[in-house]
Design a protein around this ligand. Structure first.
Ligand code: 13P
Ligand code: SF4
Length: 340
């Protein structure tokens, strides 16, 4: 019933509305999406959605905010669960990040360190990075963003996910001893000046609880049970997990890997459970198994009922808003990502 009404309202608004859904959404929401994608693809889709007046974003808040930053003048962004944040994004409040930047720039020189901010961050933090000449990145282009950062400056300062930062730094060949972790709870980030002076990658101490739930023993057990399987994980997983997996990449990478796998093959996937169970549902001629059941409760907040409430509120919905200055500076950082 609810879903039928959602479909009717979607049909009624036709091309005036576009529904963007992240891969971690519940199946019924993902199935309704005009575009289903990873956070990079959805930011791009929002920036290219020329015809739609209403961009309905089914994901977490930082994703809806990114759409708000890149949208056109005549559009609005609707987020059906305004309270659905991301604990990882909340681990880097902008005032603490500013303090850290001041300290690091004082030791190394502001023109020597490139700030890079993961899409999973507040709009204010993206704006700060935009002001200091840096870029946003997502899990699908973090490697390229690190390469760009090192081409432009001596070191990169990456927030807020330590694990994606560590995996990306390793991916572009930065030795472990040149990677330091900035702990916002400690004076000077808990990094000695000598180490800070020699560091090439400075990583904010933040993590995603959905992906740090995966541990190396999960992979060892999966290999014992399914010796023929390929094990693929998201790069928000800790380095020791990524290192022993057969591959790591964004949610779009994981989707493509399953789509391109031979019928009859087995894949064990380490990421959010809604995506893994949908891949299993949609590819019944291959075996798709979750590395472990790990759910993102914030992604789960958007239900058919919440989406219906949003659609019923058209043409006067509650929209995502951001201060003008924040939008302007955050857009610089987002546009740098889109052009890298
Ligand atoms: P993707 O960019 O890979 O879709 O990841 C977003 C995210 O929140 C992962 O936890
Ligand atoms: Fe945030 Fe992790 Fe959920 Fe992604 S899976 S939205 S990083 S809490």
């Amino acid at each position: 019933m609810l879903l039928e009404e959602v479909q009717d309202l979607k049909a009624k608004w036709g091309k005036e509305i576009i529904l963007l859904a992240h891969h971690y959404q519940r199946h019924e929401i993902a199935d309704l999406g005009d575009r289903l994608g990873d956070s990079y693809e959805l930011a791009r889709a929002a920036s290219e959605a020329e015809r739609a007046r209403f961009i309905v974003f089914c994901g977490v808040r930082f994703m809806a905010e990114a759409a708000e930053i890149v949208r056109r003048e005549n559009q609005v962004v609707i987020h059906p669960a305004a309270e659905a944040g991301c604990p990882l994004a909340d681990m880097a409040p902008v005032d603490r990040a500013e303090e850290a930047w001041e300290h690091i720039a004082g030791v190394r020189g502001a023109d020597k360190v490139m700030p890079l901010v993961y899409m999973n961050s507040s709009a204010k933090l993206k704006a700060m990075v935009g002001r200091y000449g840096g870029s946003v990145c997502t899990s699908s282009n973090a490697g390229r963003a690190f390469e760009w950062g090192f081409k432009e400056r001596e070191a990169v300062f990456f927030f807020p996910d330590e694990h994606l930062g560590r995996n990306s730094a390793r991916g572009v060949g930065i030795p472990e001893e040149q990677v330091v972790v900035w702990d916002p709870k400690q004076e000077g980030g808990g990094i000695e000046e000598k180490a800070l002076k020699g560091a090439r990658a400075i990583l904010w101490k933040g993590y995603c609880h959905v992906h740090t739930a995966f541990v190396p023993e999960d992979i060892q057990q999966a290999r014992e049970r399914f010796p023929e399987a390929r094990v693929l994980v998201h790069p928000e997983c800790p380095e020791e997990v990524v290192k022993i997996a057969d591959g790591a990449g964004s949610t779009a990478y994981l989707v493509k890997a399953v789509e391109n796998a031979e019928p009859g093959s087995t894949l064990v996937i380490g990421t959010e459970i809604n995506l893994v169970s949908r891949l299993a549902r949609d590819h019944q001629d291959r075996t798709v198994i979750p590395l472990k059941r790990s759910l993102c409760p914030n992604m789960f907040r958007i239900s058919a009922k919440r989406l219906l409430d949003s659609l019923r509120s058209l043409p006067e919905p509650e929209v995502v808003t951001l201060p003008k200055e924040v939008k302007k500076d955050a857009k610089l950082a987002l546009e740098r990502m889109l052009s890298i």
